[in-house]
Design a protein around this ligand. Sequence first.
Ligand SMILES: [Zn+2]
Length: 341
Amino acid sequence: MINRNWRRWAAAINLDRVLRRWLGGRGIILMLHRVQASSAVWRGDPGLWITLDQLQAIIGVLREQGYEFIPLSAALPRLTGRQTRRFACLTFDDGYRDNYELALPLLRSMGVPATIYVTTGLVDGGVIAWWHLLEVILNQHSELNLQLADHRYRFPAISLAQKCAAYRQTSALLRAAAPAICAAALQQLAQDYGLAATQLSQAEMLTDDMVRSLAADSQFELGAHTVSHPVLSALPPAMAEAEIALSKQWLETLGGRPVRHFAYPYGDRAAVTPAVQAQVETCGFTTATIAYGGPVTANSDPYALPRIPFGGQDTVWDLRFRTSGARNLLKRSGSLSARLT
Ligand SMILES: [Zn+2]
């Protein structure tokens, strides 16, 4: 709460505007995931969601702060070019159907371009969006039982706090599991709770027709986000390369257009290593984005472009703070950053 108030106070006196002048870099890339009409339903990871009102508000506040919305393809030349006006790019990860059905009409009406990074296995049904499966189970049951390899885990899920804890702990276990073990656990989970996991998962994702329609729409771009959303750095190199290359190929075949942009699944420091970055470059992408960091600067690595996450309870005050570059300054002065970020 103290942090939130500090940001609100700083924005109220336009401190972020002053900081942005010096620390705001060339522009920003926002990282978004899912979109919903309202925030009434319990979500396992609220940070993955924004409402349409939030989306409209962030576009409004960024325009007010002087940002120009451009497609990601136009961002690279702006890093070193003469254009001084700051740019903003919107990116949506994973390829959710709500992006197409809810966000795109709003973005069209506001003239804002966007890039949608697609995890291709989630769209073709070869891979299950396990985070959605967990959410469905936790919304309907007061306990979550997970069989993962030889271990049986039992999480109580009666109160909202317990549901959140169960979601968090199960997510961590599944993310850390080897792909084959994770797949077996999901199959068992679906069977135990009587769920048609593939259909449930696919219903949340873009359809093939939506992907084709996006590829043909000049306002929106498709980017690749692997086939199965793994932690790439944890895979053997050949498997990581296949994840990267096959997602590109799948999207290009379906959409009939080159796919030049990539987002690393999870996108944190552990998931994005120099070796993984080199693989993305070798596969023919021109940009790749990570899941943290502040503004994009002239020195940003095209294969590790920082993004600013936004979702859940985040407000326009949080956005103004994050886009100002203040966090990078605070990081340099250690103790302050611990208190204020
Ligand atoms: Zn993702």
